[in-house]
Design a protein around this ligand. Structure first.
Ligand code: NAD
Length: 507
């Protein structure tokens, strides 16, 4: 595995770093096993409290210097990170694929997303602009400006082990913040590799030590961050359970939380859909990354007139799926992240059957040659009802529920009738239906698409969702504002002190 060596991954790795130094810690090492073949890739020494304190102290110091760098100069460093990522795209993409289990193409695609957000952040570094307003007082100027916050804490999930960190960090850095990353304990080596790449670029540019902190650890390391008043913004990506805990802890100290949580995404397939596009979008959305994207298609809401056609085509398409080693480009579906995820998949299938669901494509755990890790499962499809508890719940696995509708209003109500609100789409060539779906009376999700599936967002748009998805927005558009504080400034260049609202105060 020469890609490990080129990323400086060793058998035993430190997991705590200030961007320059790697800090020795105590504690049980985290072992990273590949879900692809079950082999141990390497171990990582997790953060202890002393290591955590060392990183946060360095980050606080570094902020004082980093905020003085002009934003375009910070952008230049991010530009060089983008160049370094181009250089490391192949080994890093392979590591993402091998440690997380997504296909090689998706591994490369994830690194490409990192490169794209670097490009976006470079441009942004010259566009961190506020409005000017006309003052009601004569000879006064009023405007707003955006300042950095300080330390941005980033807690990330296993399924996008590098891209989500880069979305947060590249914007955070050009905005003048320092960033401390607590990656998923399930994909720690991807984080070690990124920190090595950053360290090279930072050393060349004399970036202060502490601008890029890393604290690999279990849930407790994330809890330290959420409770830490020195961290004004915690951006957390993961399950709704985690988001509720982080949101409560950050809220208790009146900090800011940017939450990117679970989805329960649906595609409405109208009678006026282009069925070829609809099926391709639905199948990619349901089985891509083995159903482990936050934007995975979990529900298909199909018009009754095309229901049987769609169902039959899905059954025959699922027969063509090849499941196996994701580094082999012939395969469509790789493994789940670990055997706990396999257990949850099996439990969800049982729960669906108990509630009355009928599986038209049966699931199951694969065994035998090539499946030794115990993490490979069959993508499956059930006919279900919208109100089933299991249909209301996000199972992070390739289980697709088929639901039937008669009217568009009913379809939209089903689509919106779940606790989550991340991604949604309608497949239709009917303009009225499309506009209704996108209107205030349509989808209640953060992402609503027409004739595109639910997964595969571009970095240029703001990414995130409503309700139990947490309400946060990351990546493009004006998502950068979450990483800054707004200040309104009024300057009096007159010889008087007129008060606002015409108030008189004579001494
Ligand atoms: P998870 O919630 O188990 O873990 C995510 C991260 O949170 C990990 O780093 C974990 O150590 C940390 N964590 C867990 N409990 C914590 C706590 N109480 N306090 C602080 N930190 C805590 O999620 P996962 O299994 O890694 O990822 C899958 C989930 O992430 C799915 O629900 C998926 O939809 C969601 N996700 C959402 C988005 C999005 O943008 N909306 C993107 C990717 C993944």
């Amino acid at each position: 595995m020469d890609f490990l060596a080129s990323l400086k991954i060793q058998a035993n790795n430190a997991g705590v770093s200030t961007g320059k130094a790697w800090i020795n810690t105590t504690g049980t090492p985290i072992q990273s096993h590949s879900p692809v073949d079950g082999k141990l890739i390497g171990t990582v020494q997790p953060a202890d409290r002393a290591g955590y304190e060392a990183v946060i102290t360095k980050a606080e110091e570094a902020f004082l210097a980093w905020r003085q760098w002009p934003a375009p100069k910070r952008g230049e460093v991010v530009r060089q990170i983008g160049e370094a990522l181009r250089q490391y795209k192949e080994p890093l993409g392979k590591l993402v694929s091998y440690e997380m289990g997504k296909s090689l193409q998706e591994g490369y695609g994830e690194v490409q997303e990192m490169i794209d957000i670097c490009d976006f952040a470079v441009g942004l570094s010259r566009q961190l602009h506020g409005f000017t307003m006309h003052s009601e007082r004569p000879a006064h100027r009023m405007y707003e400006q955006w300042h950095p916050l300080g330390i941005v804490g980033i807690i990330s999930a296993f399924n996008f082990p590098v891209a989500v960190w880069s979305w947060n960090t590249m914007l955070g850095w050009v905005c003048g913040n320092v960033c401390v990353w607590k990656p998923s304990e399930k994909t720690p080596l991807c984080a070690v590799a990124c920190q090595h790449i950053i360290a090279e670029v930072f050393a060349k540019n004399n970036v202060p030590e502490g601008v890029s902190g890393l604290i690999i650890g279990n849930r407790d390391a994330g809890e330290w961050m959420a409770a830490d008043g020195r961290i004004p913004l915690v951006s957390a990506t993961g399950s709704t359970r985690m988001g509720k805990a982080v949101g409560a802890a950050v809220g208790a100290r009146l900090g800011k939380a940017l939450l990117e949580l679970g989805g329960n995404n649906a595609i409405i397939i109208s009678k006026d859909a282009d069925l070829d596009i609809a099926l391709r979008g639905a199948i990619f959305g349901a089985v891509g990354t083995a159903g482990q994207r936050c934007t995975t298609t979990r529900r298909l809401i199909i018009h009754e007139s095309v229901y049987d056609t769609v169902k039959n085509k899905l059954v025959s398409a699922y027969k063509q799926l090849s499941i196996g080693d994701p580094l082999d480009e012939k395969n469509h579906v790789g493994p789940l992240i670990d055997t706990d995820a396999v257990r949850l998949y099996s439990q969800s299938i049982e729960a669906c059957k108990k509630e009355g669901g009928t599986f038209i494509v049966e699931g199951g755990v694969l065994e035998g040659k090539g499946y030794e890790s115990g993490c490979y499962v069959k993508p499956c499809i059930a006919e279900a009802q919208p109100g089933y508890a299991i249909v209301q719940h996000e199972t992070f696995a390739p289980i697709l529920y088929l639901l039937k509708y008669k009217t568009l209003e009913e379809a939209i109500a089903i689509q919106n009738g779940v606790p989550q609100g991340l991604s949604s789409s309608i497949m239709t060539l009917n303009l009225r239906e499309a506009e209704q779906f996108l209107s205030y009376a349509g989808s209640d999700c953060g992402i609503a698409n027409v004739n595109i599936g639910t997964s595969g967002a571009e970095i240029g748009g703001a990414f995130g969702g409503e309700k139990e998805t947490g309400g946060g927005r990351e990546s493009g558009s004006d998502a950068w504002k979450a990483y800054m504080r707004r200040q309104t400034n009024t300057i009096n260049y007159s010889t008087q002190l007129p008060l606002a609202q015409g108030i008189k105060f004579d001494l």
